[in-house]
Design a binder for this molecule. Sequence first.
Ligand code: PMP
Length: 436
Amino acid sequence: MSPTNAEVFAHAQAVIPGGVSSPVRAYGSVGGTPPFVASARGAYVTDVEGRQYVDLVGSWGPALLGHAHPEVVAAVQEAAARGLSFGAPTTTEVELVDAIRYRVPAAELVRLVSTGTEATMTALRLARGYTGRDLVVKFAGCYHGHVDALLAQAGSGVATLALPGSAGVSSAVAAETIVLPYNDVDAVRDAFAQHGPRIAAVITEAAPANMGVVPPAPGFNAELRALTHEHGALLVQDEVLTGFRVGYSGWWGLEGLREGWSPDLFTFGKVVGGGLPVAAVGGRRDVMRQLAPLGPVYQAGTLSGNPVATAAGLATLRLADADVYRHLDETAARLRESVTKALANAGVPHALQWAGSLFSVAFGDDVAEHGVRDYADVQGSEHWRYAPFFHALLDAGVSAPPSAFEAWFVSAAHDDEALARIENALPAAAQAAAEA
Ligand code: PMP
């Protein structure tokens, strides 16, 4: 007999802090026992007890094509058979970089790393190295990985656990980060007026999805571009989550490309590795040329550009064509409508927030009336309604993200059958939210 989720979780908690390798997986804010996943295919995950769920977590982003797409798995198997890691350059990593540059030409040079955290960390070091300045501006509720300087008022697990930041970040490092309210151009202007000559970079999620989804107000990102330019700072657009998910060329393809501007640096992750550890930092040639071995800004990685991981990323990008993105958009639109309908029927005031195919729901009269513009709005919402909503879905075999502060992820494999299962589960979930 295979063990139950509760049995594995109990053992895991005895040997791993919180029983998990990344905090939000522990179900801290929704309560209960997380299913331990035994396998996943298409739109479904199966736990160690043999229960199957329609998955709306998607590995938190990478599973764009659905889980274990046969062509991606085959590419990984073929690469693995040729060797797991060489610590030497390979053609696959160059092909992956070519694929990234084809979609986002403003990423003139690209360096591959293994996690989004490394990508944003490298972007900041580059920005500081290039400008010779020390301060970094970030926005409350934006998550850029667990980089010391970027954990202040970060979203995602930091928001889920209601932490102001993280213990263990030195005050010297924290003092170099200016945290501003999202979507507030005046706050950015003031920060530049006060500290302009010291600001190396503004880093922003291209469209934030780690405080729930909070789309940039029209013109906000373009204004960041203009202000950074005016003051000699770099704009770092973090597309770890949005890159190659919200469209063929990421969020930049929906906005910057159409408006004719680009950030100085991009960070990518998640989809770019197709489920294996690949992330990237890319951007202006003159800035990227500061990286070692060409320049004085050091960065490296034993497993960077790993041949098996880059094969997964390359296969994923090759398969993610216009049809895939159309399907994602249509699927997300249908689900948004279904969620709204169920909540409206149950009399739950809410706001359905979305950016491309990413979406999330926030509860409460305030957000229903005014929408969600920033982290304060999110924190002021009735997020306690999310746990019963989530558990009603889980009981019906639907795995939504286990936190009100995360986006829902659909995939190319979410078909009518999977969507119908979610839609059947929504009325009871909405009722549970109403009664919370
Ligand atoms: N930036 C953004 C926008 C993210 O969503 C994440 C991860 N959720 C990261 C950076 C960090 O990526 P990783 O977890 O791979 O370190």
